[in-house]
Design a protein around this ligand. Structure first.
Ligand SMILES: Cc1cc2nc3c(=O)[nH]c(=O)nc-3n(C[C@H](O)[C@H](O)[C@H](O)COP(=O)(O)OP(=O)(O)OC[C@H]3O[C@@H](n4cnc5c(N)ncnc54)[C@H](O)[C@@H]3O)c2cc1C
Length: 315
């Protein structure tokens, strides 16, 4: 005799054979992404190595519904030689988010993304994926002395892979694993394409762009002409996956039958359906706080009413 659930009703059926099927969404974010596309197993994990997705797996095993952009994630430019998982002593300082003031160069010596497409808050969480898809899964960020004062604090930690030089010719030779001749040609072409007639203004989308390049820069296109030049090596650091458990507005976990699972609440990164393709800065903690409060309040209410009904039943 087997117990099956259909349309919310549990019934017993007789069968001589069954084919059990366990939903498998491997918890470890890099493994989850290896299923959704190549190379994700090579990304660094920005957070704790203890977030293995166990809770998602346990909920799915009892019939919770998955939802959201499973092949999407929050992933950023991250120190190329950072450890495999997050390091509490360094925290988020492995990230390198000042690329709007400079340019990216890949192993082939090419620019590959519009560094100035928008304010970094709207591009940083999706550019990690772009770096991961480059040859060798790395890139260099290049700046000149004009913008040095605008680089974020994370550029001034000890644990950086950084090179400096007084000429571009010297700099490109120091970029590990990069085609130096191609990189020099690319930087010169970029410099020549900058609309220097438009003033640079880091406080607004200034429209100071390049024209005529295969990959143009839309804003903050400064020429790289003032030594010393600096370059920082980055790879992809994954923060969290966008897919997760389906919840309702009361933060109750929904089953694949479309009903709330009694007593099960969820909030934060293990919830799916919040972010798709991109993520605006600061919304991870906002999401966790808002749904965390709702989930906690409702879980406490449910626990209280259950213990009250047990007391009533006991009297
Ligand atoms: C480096 C970094 C920088 C970030 N910066 C920002 C930022 O500036 N702004 C922002 O809004 N968001 C930021 N985020 C995202 C934000 O931190 C997360 O969205 C948020 O912390 C998620 O909260 P959570 O409670 O869902 O998960 P977590 O905070 O990850 O908590 C989950 C906890 O569950 C534990 N756990 C896992 N499995 C088990 C198990 N089987 N048994 C028991 N315990 C278990 C884990 O150890 C962990 O303590 C950043 C994340 C990282 C990694």
């Amino acid at each position: 005799m087997w117990v099956v659930k259909r349309a919310g009703k549990t019934t017993e059926v007789k069968a001589k054979a069954v084919v059990p099927r366990r939903r498998r969404f491997p918890g470890e974010p890099r493994v989850a992404h290896a299923l959704s596309g190549p190379l994700w197993e090579l990304a660094k994990v920005r957070g704790t190595r203890f977030n293995t997705g166990d809770a998602i797996g346990m909920a799915l095993d009892i019939g919770a519904a998955p939802v959201g952009n499973w092949s999407g994630c929050h992933a950023v430019a991250w120190e190329r030689n950072a450890p495999e998982f997050g390091d509490l002593a360094v925290g988020d300082q492995f990230q390198k988010h000042s690329y709007p003031w400079g340019i990216y160069i890949n192993a082939e010596g090419k620019r590959f993304v519009d560094e100035g497409a928008d304010f970094r808050n709207y591009t940083y969480a999706k550019y990690g994926r772009v770096i991961l898809s480059q040859p060798g899964q790395f890139a260099w960020q290049i700046f000149d002395a004009k913008v040095k004062g605008q680089l974020r604090d994370e550029y001034r930690i000890k644990q950086v892979t950084k090179v400096t030089a007084n000429t571009l010719e010297e700099l490109v030779k120091k970029l590990d694993d990069v085609n130096a001749d191609a990189a020099l040609k690319e930087i010169k072409a970029y410099n020549a394409a900058v609309r220097t007639d438009i003033p640079f203004n880091p406080n607004v989308k200034d429209g100071r762009c390049t024209t005529g390049l295969a990959v143009n820069k839309s804003n903050w296109a400064n020429t790289l002409d003032t030594p010393p030049f600096e370059a920082y090596a980055v790879t992809c650091g994954i923060t969290f996956t966008f897919g997760g458990l389906r919840i309702n507005t009361g933060a109750q976990v929904m089953s694949t039958d479309g009903e709330p699972i009694p007593g099960l609440y969820a909030a934060g990164e293990l919830v799916g359906g919040i972010f798709y393709f991109n993520y605006p800065g600061g919304t991870g903690l906002t999401n966790g706080s808002v749904f965390g409060r709702i989930a906690g309040t409702n879980a406490a209410k449910a626990a209280k009413s259950e213990s009250q009904s047990k007391r009533v039943a006991g009297t």
